[in-house]
Ligand binder design. Structure first.
Ligand SMILES: [Zn+2]
Ligand SMILES: [Zn+2]
Length: 456
């Protein structure tokens, strides 16, 4: 095809224009921070073209994000064509190279000089905004804990049941296609919590891993470390107050506040906030840790409470339940477990507070969906007729040995009195024990105060 002098000139002009634009875009890209996926660069090209003798190319870069290229050509004819191309691109989306567009726009101006063509903003492959989602899977791992939190495509696993649940955990992640865990947490190194973590890591990759300790003498803990090592992920001991993001949910580590003597009382306690709803995961925290949480300034209130220590009577004190004030509670424990979890005392406390209860030992896997305002539940199994969630299993936890013939056992040192089967009595030194039969008022008059765990 034979090209006229004007066309050739115009092609030259196009090339200059394309180069200018490419240069401008290039410098813009280097200016923008790749970590910020909201960075937007706008490129505006205005071309006024007509047959001419003089050519003027002005390139102005006004700000770090906007480049403007204006080409004005004076001509013998009066036809004026203005082409505006606006390209908006985000650094994370694949956008056609802006230089391609500049070659397209002026060509159109040549072939159709009598129209004013405004090229619409280039098709931006928008980061498709999927609706936000949030669900917690309280996985039925028998006697143990395992909670999988999914928010906006990101996953977090808090505990994974005992070692004998490894296959189940592996299969559960596989079934739900959880190949990536953003966070994995072992609330404390007891086997019924961390036993299945290695299996989870055998299926899914993880970004950050946590536990209440970084050293513990157990096979389950060594395995957890081994599988983290394979992924070159270091185990972190989180500090109370630390916050993380899981999708649009906020994860806050509330405890442990201080180092306690027992693994249970060093449990990592996590609050996950999604919209106006919140979930509290308490591990096996007992009275002692609950008290420290009550005195700390972390927000404890939650829509859903994963009841501490499988419903043990040494956790979930009245004060703690009142501070959390849950609408729903989930107890994770094994069917016919030898501990007698959950205990009637805790079930009564929840019932008194009109808490809607879910139990993995009776309902299997429990799924709690939040839309940011309300939480709805789905259970794997339906309750059979006559089953009562607020009734403790028939197996009674073995009563701690001690003198049960008396009404109360007093600690002459701390001046507290307990029921004979209170856990605190087990820890009491024999020389401080005073066995008492009679009215509690007598003890109070003598200056004794009732234990806050067993509440005699
Ligand atoms: Zn424990
Ligand atoms: Zn436990």
């Amino acid at each position: 095809m034979k090209m006229s002098f004007v066309s050739k000139k115009f092609l030259c002009l196009l090339m200059v224009l394309a180069m200018c634009l490419a240069f401008a875009c290039n410098s813009l890209e280097t200016l923008s921070d790749p970590s910020e996926n909201t960075t937007t660069t706008a490129t505006e090209v205005t071309t006024t073209a007509a047959p001419t003798t003089t050519t003027e190319v002005t390139t102005t870069t006004e700000t770090a994000t906007t480049a403007e290229i204006t080409t004005t050509t004076e001509a013998t004819t009066t036809t004026e064509v203005t082409t505006t191309t606006t390209t908006e691109e985000t650094t994370t989306t694949e956008t056609p190279a802006p230089s391609e567009e500049t070659t397209v726009a002026p060509t159109e101006a040549v072939t159709a000089p009598e129209t004013t063509a405004v090229v619409p903003p280039s098709e931006v492959k928008e980061t498709e905004e999927a609706p936000s989602t949030f669900v917690v899977h309280f996985i039925d791992v028998g006697q143990g804990d395992a909670s999988l939190i999914l928010c906006d495509g990101e996953a977090m696993l808090i505990d994974a049941g005992a070692s004998d649940q490894s296959e189940l955990i592996f299969a559960y992640l596989k079934k739900n296609e959880i190949t990536k865990l953003k966070y994995i947490v072992g609330t404390h190194p007891d086997d019924d919590h961390i036993g299945g973590l290695a299996a989870a890591l055998n299926y899914a990759s993880v970004e950050r891993a946590f536990c209440s300790v970084d050293d513990y003498d157990s096979k389950a803990f060594v395995n957890y470390l081994k599988y983290l090592n394979k992924q070159k992920v270091e185990l972190e001991i989180p500090e109370a107050g630390m916050e993380l993001e899981l999708g649009s949910a906020k994860v806050t580590f509330l405890g442990p506040i201080s180092q306690a003597e027992t693994t249970n009382n060093n449990s990592i306690v996590i609050r996950v906030e999604y919209g106006e709803t919140a979930f509290l995961f308490t591990g096996d925290a007992e009275y002692e840790e609950e008290q420290s949480l009550l005195y700390a300034d972390g927000e404890l209130s939650a829509t859903v409470l994963k009841v501490a220590h499988h419903g043990s009577e040494y956790s979930s004190t009245e004060d703690f339940l009142d501070a959390v004030s849950p609408q729903y509670a989930v107890i994770s424990c094994g069917n016919d477990n030898s501990y007698g979890f959950p205990t009637q005392k805790i079930l009564d406390r929840l019932k008194e507070r009109d808490v809607e209860l879910y139990r993995t030992d009776m309902q299997g896997d429990i799924l709690a969906y939040s839309d940011g305002k309300t939480v709805t539940f789905e259970t794997e199994k339906e309750l059979s007729e006559g089953e009562d969630l607020f009734l403790a299993p028939a197996i009674i936890a073995p009563v701690p040995s001690g003198d049960s013939d008396c009404d109360y056992i007093c600690n002459t040192n701390s001046k507290k009195f307990h029921y004979p089967d209170c856990e605190a009595v087990l820890k009491m030194k024999e020389k401080n024990k005073m066995y008492f039969t009679g009215d509690r008022e007598e003890l109070i008059q003598e200056g004794y105060v009732p234990c806050k765990i067993c509440r005699p």
